[in-house]
Design a protein around this ligand. Structure first.
Ligand code: C5P
Length: 222
């Protein structure tokens, strides 16, 4: 079996991580959620009261408090200062500020380096916004996952409910649109489909169906 890299990009709540985790398990690959890294920097900024606009200070923060991952095929746990922040980085105060933090070149350079190291040996499924375009341009399988904003907001609503986070659907829709706007219009590595990526629209499809579609592309690349 070839040691291939799989890149899954797409807007917020398009189902990337759910699908990527399932595929990683099925193929025995390592799963890497790169959004968690940008979220961890945002968490650090909130914890240490660093403004989201201060690139220099954010990069410094990252050097002082390196983000550590414990990865398996189905789980990715995130630690800083030896503290497990896997759940904390999903809270609304992180979610609503992460896109601003992710606009900074210095922050991106540091995290992309870490992502490329993880993927060095292949057998990896990485999800994010710029994996196919910037992090792993040589990935053998590139998927661009999309879904209607209404469906994405509904998915996020259901997910939040299971975590005990209460936000109404209208607010969630606006937050998703706002995040997509910042992510796709930023100067450095904006969210966009790589030229050689396959577009998969998950609107109205079950997780099983999407997993099945992508699994076939991976199978062909092995
Ligand atoms: O995937 P998730 O929604 O957790 O990502 C959180 C945020 O991190 C995104 O909205 C985006 O601003 C940023 N991000 C990024 N590049 C990536 C992954 C995430 O800019 N590769």
């Amino acid at each position: 079996m070839k040691k291939i890299k799989v890149a899954i990009d797409g807007p917020a709540s398009s189902g990337k991580s759910t699908v990527a985790k399932r595929l990683a398990k099925q193929f025995g690959f390592i799963y890497t959620d790169t959004g968690a890294m940008y979220r961890a920097v945002t968490y650090l900024a909130l914890t240490y009261h660093v403004p989201f606009s201060d690139e220099q200070a954010l990069v410094e923060l990252l050097h002082q408090h390196p983000i550590e991952f414990k990865q398996t095929q189905t789980e990715q746990q995130v630690f800083v200062d030896q503290k497990n922040i896997t759940d904390a980085i999903r809270q609304p105060d992180v979610t609503n500020n992460v896109s601003e933090v992710a606009t900074h070149q210095g922050v991106r350079e540091a995290l992309v380096k870490q992502q490329q190291l993880i993927a060095e040996n292949g057998q990896v499924i990485m999800d994010g916004r710029d994996i196919g375009t910037a992090v792993l341009p040589d990935a053998q399988v590139k998927i661009f996952l999309v879904a209607s904003v209404t469906e994405r907001a509904q998915r996020r609503y259901a997910e939040n409910q299971t975590k005990g986070i209460l936000t109404d659907l209208d607010t969630l829709t606006k937050e998703i649109q706002q995040r997509d706007h910042i992510d796709s219009t930023r100067e450095i590595s904006p969210l966009k489909q790589a030229e050689d990526a396959i577009l998969v629209d998950t609107t109205g499809k079950s997780i099983d169906q999407v997993v099945q579609i992508i699994a076939e592309y991976i199978q062909q690349a092995l």
